[in-house]
Design a protein around this ligand. Structure first.
Ligand SMILES: CC(=O)SCCNC(=O)CCNC(=O)[C@H](O)C(C)(C)COP(=O)(O)OP(=O)(O)OC[C@H]1O[C@@H](n2cnc3c(N)ncnc32)[C@H](O)[C@@H]1OP(=O)(O)O
Ligand SMILES: CC(=O)C(=O)O
Length: 528
């Protein structure tokens, strides 16, 4: 049985760009508890008012079967634990468990802590004896344990002995600098397990050599049963053990039981990962194993063709087990299988002979700078047109004029646009102005042209607009720009693409695809 300690709210917040308010921390603690994480390290109460406030506010919060841990360090040199403000702050947090960082590496003791090797041993033992006497479960975070063991094995083991004498019930070996190799972690963890029979051994690996997951698994194979990490791998420098990878590896690959976590709960993993990113205001990593958007996204034609026959051909686990889903991408690396699968996702059945023509068109347009991978609405429209589907309008031309007044810099720059749009047999010629730039003026003029025919467009909003400069090879012969647009309406989102040598033309193509998609969706492509 493996026990997970989540340190997203402590080590996670030591990661660059990770900032959580106490409201965020409370929401994350509750979500982790609902997920089934048994130990949730909430922060360092002696460090800052926000962490102290978090623990004060958590006092009345019911975390079910999960326990909150306060983090801190051993007492300072020459101070009794009873008189050490950081130790007192840990106690004031009133958590059943405390996680205490202590030095294991002789070099750190003499150079960072600047105390004698003997005083460090006393700091560990006395701090723990005091915390245990106050009714706390003490988890000893043996900082730099692997480096310390390699430098001075005898002293590193002596720090663990001091921890056990003081009453620590878990010896968590930290790869603080994140540079250890799995074979070293295996051997050293095994040596510690043999030296401390009956004591719980833990692992806290950092990811500086991209080995945190491998090192956690190595430690578990060597007998560690307590694993510390963070959701999405947040943490100091390159981060901590990513629990969204470690948890499914332990459960699905090693077949181990994890305290508090069931296979049913594992299906919440992707949602938990996104919840934490959302609270931290960070964009999810699309390539994150198991939980990322791309984790089960199939792009190469050969892959898609096989996955459609049996997903096990290119998937190591079923995506549903971790709450993810299979996706098929359309690009110039597609075969007909990608297109047919993509269209069938939207309920569209395209005859096989037509798929060849569609594939050819996708490849030509991608050569000219389009990218359909993230522009599923534009791809849908291509198929719609190829099937002879009616388009709600056609754009016949546009002009844009930007007014600048160099003589009077106080006068705001503003743009004026006209568009010529045909709806059925009616030619609409409209103009609009905007102080938010030429694309905004074009959008307004275009809406004006079609709104009397399609009043439902009033509900559509633009949510994202990205321009990418295409150069040389990537754009083939058509160096220029690619514009990707995202629109939404009542909880539904869709994305489109336009490419051209002219930024405004690319923008108008992506914009009008967005409106056209919303309108044709109510008149689906006729089926065979
Ligand atoms: C490996 C880890 O990730 S451990 C967690 C690290 N996390 C953090 O540091 C975030 C929170 N930290 C803080 O808010 C501050 O650093 C505080 C409040 C802890 C200390 O602040 P300050 O008193 O200003 O000290 P400062 O940060 O400059 O230096 C750290 C001190 O802790 C001491 N220290 C380091 N490790 C330990 C330890 N295991 N036990 C006791 N003291 C320690 C250092 O020797 C140094 O003492 P010194 O000031 O006498 O040289
Ligand atoms: C305790 C801790 O965060 C470390 O040693 O990395």
């Amino acid at each position: 049985m493996i026990e997970i300690l989540d340190t997203t709210l402590r080590d996670g917040t030591q990661g660059e760009a990770v900032n959580l308010s106490s409201d965020d921390k409370i929401a994350i603690a509750k979500r982790l508890a609902a997920f089934g994480i048994p130990l949730i390290e909430g922060g360092w109460p002696g460090s800052n008012p926000k962490d102290a406030e978090f623990f004060a506010r958590m006092k009345g919060v019911d975390l079910g079967n999960s326990q909150l841990c306060a983090f801190g360090s051993t007492r300072r040199k020459g101070v009794r634990p009873e008189d050490d403000p950081s130790v007192q702050a840990m106690l004031a947090a009133a958590t059943p468990v405390v996680t205490v960082v202590a030095k294991s590496w002789d070099f750190h003791v003499t150079h960072a802590l600047e105390v004698s090797l003997e005083e460090n041993l006393r700091m560990i033992e006395e701090t723990y004896r005091y915390l245990v006497s106050e009714g706390r479960r003490v988890i000893h975070d043996a900082e730099h344990f692997f480096d310390g063991f390699k430098a001075n094995r005898g002293y590193a083991l002596a720090t663990l002995e001091a921890a056990v004498r003081g009453g620590a019930d878990t010896l968590c070996l930290c790869d603080t600098n994140g540079g250890s190799l799995p074979e070293e972690v295996f051997e050293i963890t095994q040596a510690v397990r043999q030296a401390f029979p009956g004591v719980t051994i833990g692992i806290h690996p950092h990811n500086d050599a991209e080995l945190a997951v491998a090192n956690a698994l190595a430690a578990v194979r060597a007998g560690a049963t307590h694993v510390q990490g963070t959701i999405n791998g947040y943490g100091e420098r390159c981060g901590n053990l990513n629990l969204t990878s470690a948890i499914p590896n332990l459960m699905l690959k090693y077949g181990l039981s994890l305290k508090g976590l069931t296979l049913e709960k594992l299906a919440e993993l992707r949602e938990v990962s996104h919840f934490v990113d959302e609270r931290a205001n960070l964009a999810p990593n699309i390539r994150a194993p198991y939980v990322g958007d791309a984790a089960f996204a199939h792009k190469g034609g050969i892959h898609v063709s096989a996955v459609l026959k049996d997903p096990r051909t290119y998937e190591h686990v079923p995506p549903e087990m971790v709450g993810n889903s299979r996706r098929v991408l359309v690009s110039d690396l597609s075969g007909r299988s990608n297109l047919l699968a993509k269209l069938s996702e939207s309920g569209v059945n395209v005859p096989k002979e037509m798929a060849g023509a569609l594939l050819e068109e996708v490849k030509q347009l991608e050569h000219a700078g389009y990218s359909f991978e993230g522009a599923e609405a534009s791809f849908y429209l291509l198929a719609h047109k190829l099937r002879g589907g009616r388009m709600p309008f056609s754009v016949e031309g546009f002009t844009v004029f930007v007014h600048v007044n160099d003589a009077n810099p106080e006068t705001p720059t503003w743009a004026e646009a006209t568009v010529r749009v045909k709806v059925g047999e009616t030619l609409q010629h409209t103009a609009a102005e905007s102080q938010h730039g030429p694309v905004s003026a074009l959008d307004k003029a275009f809406r004006k042209a079609i709104e009397s025919f399609y009043p439902e467009i009033a509900e559509i909003e633009l949510s994202d607009y990205k321009v990418r400069i295409l150069s040389g090879q990537e754009a083939g012969t058509a160096s220029g720009v690619r514009v990707m647009i995202e629109m939404h309406r009542a909880g539904e989102r869709w994305s489109t693409v336009g490419a051209s040598k002219n930024n405004l033309e690319a923008s108008l193509k992506a914009l009008t695809d967005g409106y056209a998609y919303a309108l044709v969706k109510s008149q689906p492509i006729p089926q065979d």
